[in-house]
Design a protein around this ligand. Structure first.
Ligand code: PLP
Length: 411
């Protein structure tokens, strides 16, 4: 009996490998159900989801309010295209702007599209408002960045694997080391139009910049007339214990980029958000998306944002995350170098001599905890923000022995 259902799980994996491109290397678990912080595999085994789809599930799986909004909208109207108006997009954009304190928002679908939108906005702002000749504007980015997978975005990646074989690349970007204020100041020149930054680098390995870095670079941007673009696709919407990670340093970006959890784990919704000075460079016809601002996505995003605000997920995350990080730091292990992060965006850095973090993720999986390595040596813990402290207490009883090496295929 057990054997035949195991064969089924293997069959799903084999089928995906046979028919799919091999652009991912997932853990060997096949899921078919989710609720709140839990997911179940096809054999009925329950796991705690500590990845949350890279923070796209801050509200948890199938949050009733998000599902309810989706269901209601599915019964009425799902897609109009932007050739016509719909009754969900306006309220969605108003609620998004009110929650973030900006004048305007431009809705897209995936995070990469929202980043592309921000780049286009700032490039056009650079030529039309700042007065840098069209085509000469330069955007500064940081080493170790991750902002998506389009050709332009990988053009400024410092990760060889993201770029190899995909050239030619888009020019107009300059890279500085993440967290280095002096390097940033030195890189700014008269044609610098923007600075694109993740307030914590997620895919880069949960890298937290030195305190004061965001505020200092923000101030340099203000003085030099450089647009400060915060990519809060992963750090935003409560993940780090503030509504946005920039809030930790009282930084208000010029362009705020959101995605992932804005879709409530149901539907891809992203946006570039800015004041009119930037947003008004867009004219009818110069940018768009067939699905951007569609009524189904807008209704889902309104509910997803409503959950974050009404359930006070940033405040909850601040408390529970600080406690959880201390607990992780308290685990005695020869394999852990250090623990870093903010709120419930936490990276446990595994020593190179103990092998890749993947081995620890595999051991966690066998004990019912789903986490994924980022950047080879880091185990990321980023559960849905609705998680209860008691659930994490129980999880720690599984995490502690694994971090200590129990059940890990150490080298
Ligand atoms: C995930 C992510 C993106 C890209 O979002 P997609 O929806 O995968 O295109 C961009 N920036 C950051 C910081 C991210 O974490």
């Amino acid at each position: 009996m057990t054997e035949s259902v195991e064969v089924d799980a293997r069959a799903f994996i084999d089928e995906a490998n046979r028919w799919g491109a091999h652009n991912y290397e997932p853990l060997p678990v096949v899921l078919d159900r989710g609720e709140g912080v839990w997911v179940w595999d096809v054999r009925g085994k329950r796991y705690l989801d500590m990845l949350s789809a890279y923070s796209a599930l801050n509200q948890g799986h199938r949050h009733p309010r998000v599902i309810g909004a989706a269901r209601e909208q599915l019964e009425r109207l799902t897609l109009t295209s932007r050739a016509f108006h719909n009754d969900q997009m306006g309220p969605f954009l108003a609620e998004l702007c009110q929650a973030t304190g900006f004048e305007k928002a431009l809705p897209m679908n995936t995070g990469a599209e929202a980043v592309e939108t921000a780049i286009k906005m700032v490039r056009k702002w650079g030529s039309e408002v700042k007065g840098v000749p069209d085509g000469l504007g330069e955007i500064i980015v940081c080493g170790g960045n991750f902002a998506g997978r389009t050709i332009t975005i990988i053009s400024f990646s410092s990760e060889k694997g993201y770029r190899r074989g995909f050239g030619p690349f888009t020019p107009g970007f300059r890279t500085v080391p993440y967290g280095d204020i002096d390097a940033f100041r030195a890189a700014v020149h008269e044609n610098t139009i923007g600075f694109l930054i993740e307030p914590i680098q997620g895919e880069g390995g949960v890298v937290v910049p030195p305190e004061g870095y965001l505020a200092a670079t923000r101030e340099i941007c203000r003085r030099e007339g450089v647009a400060f673009m915060a990519d809060e696709i992963q750090t935003g919407l409560g993940r780090t214990g503030r509504l946005f990670c920039c809030d930790w340093e009282g930084v208000r970006p010029d362009v705020l980029i959101v995605g992932k959890a804005l879709g409530g784990g149901v539907y891809p919704v992203s946006a570039a958000i800015a004041d009119s000075e930037y947003m008004d460079v867009f004219q009818p016809g110069d940018h768009g998306s067939t699905f951007g601002g569609n009524p189904l996505g807008a209704a889902v995003a309104r509910a997803a944002l409503g959950v974050i605000l009404d359930e006070q997920l940033p405040q909850r995350t601040d408390e529970i995350g600080a406690w959880f990080m201390e607990e992780l730091r308290g685990i005695a292990s020869p394999h852990v170098d250090h623990v870093r992060g903010k709120g419930l965006m936490i990276g446990v850095v595994i020593r190179e001599s103990s092998g890749p973090a993947r081995l620890f993720c595999e051991a966690l999986m066998r004990r019912g905890i789903l986490a994924k390595e980022t950047h080879r040596q880091v185990v990321r813990f980023a559960p849905p923000l609705i998680i209860e402290r008691e659930t994490l207490e129980n999880a720690l009883e599984e995490i502690a022995p694994v971090l200590a090496g129990e059940g890990v295929a150490l080298p």
